[in-house]
Design a protein around this ligand. Structure first.
Ligand SMILES: [Zn+2]
Ligand SMILES: [Zn+2]
Length: 169
């Protein structure tokens, strides 16, 4: 019986021979940013639909459905409806994400062969260079061990605890 698992083999570092990374889906990007803010679809609908409206409950339910649909990526690549354009616009006032990156990802999803450069996005929280984490006033950088994660997410990853082992003074 062993009490330690060998770490997975590390991919070769930035050698220039790595294949182009698959661009993140736009809906995934929005979901990561929403989750990083600790919000549910329901929270967002409550913020964006004023409580005073007689049909608030109905509007909130429909907004939650649209958010789920946008995040599911079922529509990515097809033409976003004017209502979705409007909703994505409104989301900017509820949690931090880059509309520019969202629409860039929509463009890439619609035309994967395009030469649009893929922005580097943390797969853990969706933060980017233009929209970094701000935990307790501290920003983040790309993790040296896993450049697809930012340092905030890499610090939270349990795998990091294993890397600490074997530290002797
Ligand atoms: Zn992150
Ligand atoms: Zn980050």
């Amino acid at each position: 019986m062993t009490d330690s698992t060998p770490p997975p083999p590390m991919p070769p570092g930035a050698s220039g021979a790595s294949p182009a990374p698959q661009a993140m889906r736009p809906g995934t990007y929005l979901r990561l940013r929403r989750e990083a803010a600790g919000l549910t679809h329901r929270h967002i609908a409550i913020v964006l639909v004023p409580a005073g409206r007689a049909d608030a409950a109905e509007l909130r339910a429909s907004m939650s459905r649209r958010l789920r649909l946008i995040e599911s990526d079922d529509q990515a690549g097809s033409n976003p409806s004017p209502r979705d354009l409007d909703l994505v616009d409104q989301l900017g006032s509820v949690f931090a994400f880059s509309a520019a990156i969202y629409w860039l990802l929509v463009g890439i999803a619609a035309d994967p062969e395009s030469e649009i450069p893929v922005p580097q996005i943390c797969r853990g929280c969706g933060c980017t260079w233009s929209d970094p984490c701000n935990e307790r006033g501290r920003g983040c950088a790309w993790s040296a061990e896993d450049p697809s994660l930012c340092t905030t997410c890499a610090d939270k990853a349990p795998a990091n605890d294993l890397a600490e082992a074997g530290h002797a003074a």
